[in-house]
Design a protein around this ligand. Structure first.
Ligand SMILES: [Zn+2]
Length: 365
């Protein structure tokens, strides 16, 4: 078995290509910038060139590398080993990422793996994440102070690892990855979960409709994603729901929607900010409750850009669950198993490609 694997991580406006070993150690990496006007073939050609540069830099030949693997937002086509509907590529590529088939063809590799970023992150949490006994603040995969263990957790703590691991990303969109034992759950056609696109609630705290990126009213995504939070804030100003105060001033002066979630958490003394944060906490608790009663995970890892300041809603949400203050998320103590919950560190930088390595290796065994 060759010692090396070529991993790819797609985000922002670049592909990051990483030459890795089986332990997901970054030996060298290269950035392929993605610019408007590039075709699928252009992206493939640049990526093949970067892979060659990486192997040359370590004096390796193609036969030293087992194959290629990628994790990215988008819908995986498991037959073609491509990703479709990716929000992370220039419009000129029509949302398609086909670098994996291009790499294995160019270098004669046998093995290829492709999956969405949540599923690879679940693989990462399972294979390279912490063991059951090691959840504590400061853990390399959990950042202080979010690693959380339920006070009255009934699970068997003598087990060494988790059987059911969930990864939940809350970013510009939202989705989960589900790992059950050695199985990554991906539905009949390899395209599931689409967790953000289930019906959840129609109105925000200011009685405005919550409209998803796909146009539907009431999906989960517009409730808790970064894009959704920004829309709640903008719509509140537009409808007159927020018409004065420090949050109002900050919203009207902030041009970039991506910054609005940060603005929200910086303005917690404002009553309207508090109203939105309470709404987010309640919905986060409801969804965590739904995940727990549906899947019974041993561990839930939460990641994504919005999580950087999400402790303001995650900690109250976990408290609501733990204290059973509301029947909406009643858990049968002693019967419903309560998971460990932690926030993945460096989600954007390393979690996805490491997970792509983990998924790649899991498919081989
Ligand atoms: Zn939707």
């Amino acid at each position: 078995m060759a010692d090396y694997i070529m991993a790819a991580d797609l985000g922002g406006s670049r592909i990051r290509l990483i030459l890795s070993n089986h332990e997901a150690v970054n030996l060298a990496d290269e950035i392929v910038p993605l610019v408007d006007g590039m075709t699928v073939d252009d992206v493939n050609a640049e990526t093949v060139k970067a892979a060659k540069t990486l192997m040359d830099s370590k004096g390796l030949s193609a036969s030293d590398v087992m194959g290629a693997t990628i994790g990215s937002a988008g819908v995986p086509d498991q037959e073609e080993k491509i990703l479709t509907e990716s929000p992370n590529v220039p419009k000129s590529t029509d949302g398609i990422i086909a670098v994996i088939p291009a790499l294995i063809k160019a270098f004669g590799w046998k093995y290829a793996y492709v999956n969405n970023d949540c599923s690879t992150a679940a693989e990462c949490a399972k294979r390279f994440g912490h063991k059951r006994q090691e959840i504590k603040p400061g853990d390399p995969y959990a950042s202080k102070p979010y690693a959380y263990r339920f006070a009255n957790r009934p699970g068997d703590d003598t087990e060494e690892d988790y059987f059911v691991v969930m990864y939940w990303t809350i970013s510009s969109g939202t989705n989960i990855g589900i790992k059950i034992g050695d199985l990554l759950y991906k539905g009949e056609f390899g395209t599931i979960p689409e967790f953000g696109h289930q019906f959840h609630v129609e109105k925000d705290p200011f009685e405005n409709d919550m409209v998803c990126g796909d146009g539907a009213v009431g999906h989960l995504e517009p409730v808790i994603s970064g894009g959704g939070i920004a829309k709640i804030m903008r719509n509140a100003v537009k409808s007159g729901g927020i018409s004065s105060g420090s949050l109002y001033d900050k919203i009207v002066n902030e041009k970039k929607d991506q910054k609005l979630p940060v603005v929200l958490f910086d303005t917690l003394e404002d009553e309207n900010a508090k109203k939105i944060v309470d709404f987010l906490s309640l919905n986060l608790a409801r969804v965590l409750g739904a995940i727990i009663v549906c899947y019974g995970p041993g561990k839930i890892e939460i990641g994504g850009g919005v999580m950087k300041s999400f402790e303001h809603v995650l900690v109250p949400a976990v408290k609501m669950l733990d204290e059973n203050v509301n029947n909406t998320f009643y858990l049968q103590r002693g019967k419903t198993s309560l998971p460990d919950i932690c926030v993945a560190k460096d989600y954007g930088n390393d979690y996805v490609w490491r997970g792509a390595i983990a998924g790649f290796l899991a498919e081989l065994t």
